[in-house]
Design a protein around this ligand. Structure first.
Ligand code: COI
Length: 420
C-alpha cells in the first residue's frame, strides 16, 4: 500500500493544507485523516498544539481560510524510503506522474505574494480571460531533486538561481514575482510533501516545475491584475527516449527568438514557438531541433529544450548569452565545472561550420542534464560524433556534475541544498 512520506522531522515546517474543498472543515481536523488517494495518513493540527515532531508553521492554504496548522504523519518516524510510491521506478521516462501536493501562492495588484501553502495536486480554476491564457503572460522553471544513497537525504541544486531567473523573467514580462526566499521555501515544501515520489538513488529524480502565471482577468492588452505562483513535481527519468546520444537537425527557417524579444527568459511562449519545427523534426526521426540566429542564420542559438556546447581540440565553446538564448543554470554550472577541471571555456558566437567540425557536441539543461549529440544534420549533410555515446570531455563533465548533484562526491562548489 502506498503511503505518504512526509516526514515531520524535516527541518522546515510545512503546513499541508487541503484544497479548497476541504477548507471549511479544516478547523475540525483533530485526528488522522486520509487526504491521499493512496491512503496516506496525514494529520492536520492547529499550530497551538504543535508537538516535538511538528513545529509551528505559518503556511496558509490556497483557499480563503487563514487558519494556521501543521502537518505531521502518524507513526512518521518509521516512514522513509521504504514508503516510496508504488510505481515502476526502472521505467519512469519523462512524463507527468500525478503526485500528492502542489504549492499555490497568489498576488494581486499590490505586487506582494503571500499566504502560500500546499494543496492537494489537482486542476486549478482560472478565468477564460486570464492574462496567461489570452496574452501568454506566463513563466516557468525546471529543477530537480535527487534522493541520496542513504534513502533519506534529498538534494536540491542551486534553487536560488532558478528563483533569480524567474524574477528576471518576470521583470521582462511585466509580472510580479515571489522573492527568492518565497520561491525556495515553496520548492522545499513541495518536494518534502511529495517525498515518496522522489526516485531511489540512481533511478531518476523528482522534476520540479515552478510556474508564474497572470491569472487575473483582463480583456484589453495589459498586464493581468492578479498572479499565481504554483509549484508541482513529477518523478522523471531520461528526457530523451534515445537514452544516450541524440540526433539533432539544424533549423534555418523557423526561429526560436529574435533580438529584443523574449528568447532570453523562460516564458511559456518560447516553447510554443518551437513546437512546429520540433514536430516536423521528430516525424523525420530526429530527437530535437537546433536553432540558428535569425539575422545571419549562421550562429548557433539553442536546442528546443536545452543549451548547446561544442568541443574542439579540448576547448569548450557555447553561444554567448545576448538575449536570444536561455541562460541555463546547467549551462552555467557546466562551464564552472569545466573551468574547475582545468579546461578552457569560451562563450562566444559559434558558427554552424564549427559545429560540423567539432570533436564532440553536447547539450545541457535541467531536464536533459548533459546529453551527448550523436549526429547533426544540416542542409542534408549528416555529421556523426563519437560512438553514439559520450565523448571523453562530455563524459568527464557529466560525471563531475551529476556526482555532485546526487551527493556522490563532495560539493566543493556549495551548490546543493540538503533536505532531510
Ligand atoms: C528544463 O530543462 O527543465 C526545461 O525547462 C526544458 C523543458 C522543455 C523540459
Amino acid at each position: 500500500m502506498e503511503r505518504a512520506a512526509i516526514s515531520p522531522s524535516l527541518s522546515q515546517n510545512y503546513l499541508l493544507c487541503p484544497s479548497r474543498a476541504f477548507t471549511t472543515s479544516l478547523h475540525s481536523f483533530s485526528s488522522t485523516r486520509n487526504l491521499s488517494p493512496s491512503s496516506s495518513s496525514i494529520k492536520l493540527q492547529h499550530s497551538s498544539s504543535s508537538s516535538s515532531s511538528s513545529v509551528s508553521s505559518k503556511f496558509i492554504n490556497g483557499g480563503n481560510s487563514l487558519t494556521q496548522c501543521n502537518a505531521v504523519l502518524s507513526n512518521s518516524s518509521s516512514r522513509d524510503v521504504s514508503e516510496l510510491a508504488d510505481i515502476d521506478w526502472d521505467n519512469i521516462g519523462f512524463g507527468l506522474k500525478q503526485t500528492d501536493y502542489m504549492y499555490v501562492m497568489k498576488c494581486d495588484l499590490d505586487g506582494e505574494f503571500s499566504n502560500g501553502g500546499l494543496q492537494r495536486f489537482g486542476n486549478i480554476e482560472v478565468s477564460p480571460s486570464a492574462g496567461v491564457l489570452n496574452y501568454g503572460q506566463g513563466l516557468f522553471e525546471g529543477m530537480k531533486a535527487y534522493r541520496k544513497e542513504d534513502g533519506k537525504n534529498i538534494l536540491l541544486f542551486r534553487p536560488e538561481e532558478n528563483a533569480i531567473r524567474m524574477r528576471n523573467g518576470a521583470e521582462r514580462m511585466c509580472m510580479p514575482a515571489p522573492t527568492v526566499e518565497q520561491f525556495v521555501e515553496a520548492v522545499k515544501a513541495t518536494v518534502l510533501a511529495n517525498k515518496r515520489w522522489i526516485p531511489p538513488a540512481g533511478k531518476g529524480s523528482l522534476y520540479i516545475r515552478p510556474l508564474l502565471m497572470g491569472t487575473g482577468a483582463i480583456l484589453g492588452l495589459a498586464p493581468a491584475p492578479e498572479y499565481t505562483f504554483l509549484v508541482y513535481v513529477s518523478p522523471v527519468g531520461n528526457y530523451f527516449k534515445e537514452g544516450v546520444a541524440i540526433n539533432l537537425i539544424v533549423e534555418s527557417e523557423f526561429h526560436r527568438a529574435t533580438p529584443g524579444g523574449t528568447g532570453g527568459v523562460k516564458t511559456i511562449g518560447n516553447y510554443a514557438a518551437v513546437l512546429k519545427a520540433q514536430s516536423i523534426a521528430k516525424a523525420k526521426g530526429y530527437s530535437d531541433v537546433l536553432y540558428l540566429d535569425c539575422v545571419y542564420k549562421r550562429y548557433l542559438e539553442e536546442v528546443s529544450s536545452c543549451n548547446i556546447f561544442i568541443v574542439k581540440d579540448n576547448v569548450i565553446s557555447t553561444p554567448e548569452i545576448k538575449g536570444t538564448i536561455l541562460p541555463g543554470i546547467t549551462r552555467k554550472s557546466i562551464m564552472d565545472v569545466a573551468i574547475s577541471q582545468g579546461l578552457q571555456v569560451e562563450e562566444r558566437n559559434v558558427t554552424v561550420d564549427e559545429l560540423l567540425e567539432a570533436d564532440e557536441v553536447f547539450c545541457t539543461g535541467t531536464a536533459v542534464v548533459v546529453s551527448p549529440v550523436g549526429s547533426i544534420t544540416y542542409k542534408d549533410k549528416r555529421v556523426s560524433y563519437g560512438e553514439g555515446s559520450f565523448g571523453p570531455i562530455s563524459k568527464q563533465l557529466y560525471t563531475v556534475l551529476t556526482s555532485l548533484q546526487m551527493g556522490l562526491s563532495e560539493d566543493k562548489m556549495k551548490w546543493t541544498v540538503n533536505l532531510s
